[in-house]
Design a protein around this ligand. Structure first.
Ligand code: ADP
Ligand code: MG
Length: 467
């Protein structure tokens, strides 16, 4: 089988430039071929993402041709699965141009277990289960995640005492997994013998299924009920509609709760929106504290980028940080991914990671909608600049301290987004379109008169928005 990969590589080498082949294919190691899935080991998450989007079809095609050639078409893979293997980092070429100082956090799903795998005979209760990078120290707090952060910290400081369960919910890539891991680390710091069980609901389900199959329910319960002081259950939505798993979880929950063991659950939606989740389970979730995480605002996004750059040893210019934060809004994982990708690209091309490179690189990668700054973004940026509340900006107040920023924001929207006057009127708290029109005219006039009181704030806000 290893041969198969070698010959697949040969085929690929004929189709790619030597540089591309060296950079992307050579560091990859064959991991296995099973159930229509070709498993490849790669040095970091960046490789998994890049190969997945750019080379998976070519790899599959080459592998199919090879299997055909050796008369084994029946085992032709239809999917590539990437597993991150940090030990492969030294295979990164060219070495002098692609230094990867730090390992990427391994996202759990890449190596998640499949149903039917054995239940670990040793309870997997250790630090190793937690992602070492996901700590409170590396978590950036902003308005969007303040409550979730505070609640997590409180729980970590006195597990089982307050907020039990703690239910963290929010969209994809907003830091739920990061926070539960941070809780685990923090509890272990104060109490190294605490038994922390961090599992995805999927893993719980798999363990449960194989425990039933292998007659190991006793071990299963020993692990999840008696062997655990803090249960951190990630992505609980996975067990919705799985009747027996839900039932088992319900009893696990009750047993732990009864012993005052801390339970933290994450989910992509609020408890009441978990479709297919039993009412009694939902009501358990609601009995503690439900804290949600929203998409971060622009300042938090910039702060996250800066923190990430620092920890990865990436030199990040303020203007590039602002630009990236303006382009990628809804998902922190994507935000980080964009930063890493960009820095990798800069390294590969031997260029500086400046605004120009960022603009070029992102134009190709981001869908149109992600690129566009919204009316809301402009309003927020202007409010931030003038220390104003969004409510005031949209209010009917005419005091100059409010009216001037409002006019500027209207002008910026019109000028950069081309939004229509009536729509802007609407978006600024139901104003008449003539109000917007005269605001734009006014600012225009002041700009033409080179009025510094307009030019200066305008330039600062535009810079911040990456215009
Ligand atoms: P979720 O579990 O909600 O889908 P994750 O916790 O996996 O999201 O977060 C995605 C990525 O974004 C992780 O690498 C995480 O470290 C990072 N991240 C999310 N929120 C923050 C934050 N507030 N500060 C620093 N990093 C963050
Ligand atoms: Mg997660």
């Amino acid at each position: 089988m290893r041969d198969l990969w070698m010959r697949t590589c040969e085929r690929l080498s004929g189709r790619l430039s030597a540089e591309m082949f060296e950079t992307w294919i050579e560091p990859v190691v064959f991991g296995g071929l099973d159930a229509a899935e070709l498993s490849l080991r790669v040095p970091n998450r960046f490789y998994a993402e890049w190969l997945g989007t750019h080379y998976a079809p070519a790899i599959l095609e080459a592998a199919a041709l090879e299997l055909d050639a050796v008369g084994e078409p029946s085992i032709t893979p239809v999917r590539v699965r990437f597993e991150i293997d940090e030990s492969l980092r030294d295979r990164l070429v060219p070495r002098d141009r692609v230094p990867k100082p730090e390992a990427q956090p391994v996202p759990a799903p890449v190596v998640d277990e499949v149903p039917g795998q054995r239940l670990p005979s040793q309870p997997p209760i250790s630090r190793a289960e937690l992602n070492p990078k996901y700590t409170f120290e590396s978590f950036v707090v902003g308005a969007s995640n303040q409550l979730a952060h505070a609640a997590s910290l409180a729980v970590a400081q006195s597990p089982g005492k307050r907020y039990n369960p703690l239910f963290l919910c929010g969209g994809v890539g907003l830091g739920k997994t990061h926070l539960v891991n941070a809780i685990g680390h923090h509890v272990l710091e104060t109490n190294p013998s605490a038994r922390i069980l961090y599992v995805s609901a999927e893993r719980f389900t798999n363990d449960f299924i194989s425990a039933i199959k292998n007659n190991q329910m006793e071990q299963f319960r020993a692990l999840y009920r008696e062997g655990c002081d803090v249960l951190l259950m990630d992505d609980i939505q996975f067990i919705a509609r799985r009747e027996s798993t839900m039932e088992e979880f319900f009893h696990t929950f009750n047993a732990l709760h009864h012993m005052d063991k801390q339970i933290v659950v994450t989910s992509d939606v609020y408890p009441e929106h978990l479709e297919g989740m039993e009412a009694r389970v939902v009501s358990r979730f609601q009995s503690g504290l439900v804290a949600d995480i929203q998409a971060p605002d622009i300042d938090t996004r910039v702060a996250i980028l800066e923190k990430k750059a620092e920890s990865e040893g990436i030199v990040l210019d303020k203007s590039v940080a602002n630009f990236l934060a303006t382009c990628v809004k809804s998902n922190v994982r994507e935000l980080e991914g964009t930063l890493i990708r960009l820095s990798m690209q800069a390294e590969l091309m031997g260029k500086k990671m400046d605004l120009e490179l960022a603009r070029t690189a992102l134009r190709a990668v981001l869908p149109k909608t992600e690129q566009a700054t919204s009316v809301e973004d402009i309003q927020k940026a202007v409010c931030d600049y003038f220390n104003l509340r969004l409510i005031d900006m949209k209010s009917q107040r005419r005091h100059r301290s409010v009216a001037f920023p409002r006019m500027l924001a209207m002008y910026l929207c019109r000028h950069h987004l081309g939004t229509s006057f009536p729509e802007l009127g609407e978006r600024f708290g139901g104003k008449d379109h003539t109000t917007v029109l005269s605001a734009c005219r006014k600012i225009n006039g002041l700009l033409e008169a080179e009025d510094e009181r307009v030019k200066q704030p305008l330039a600062a806000i535009e810079r911040r928005l990456g215009f």
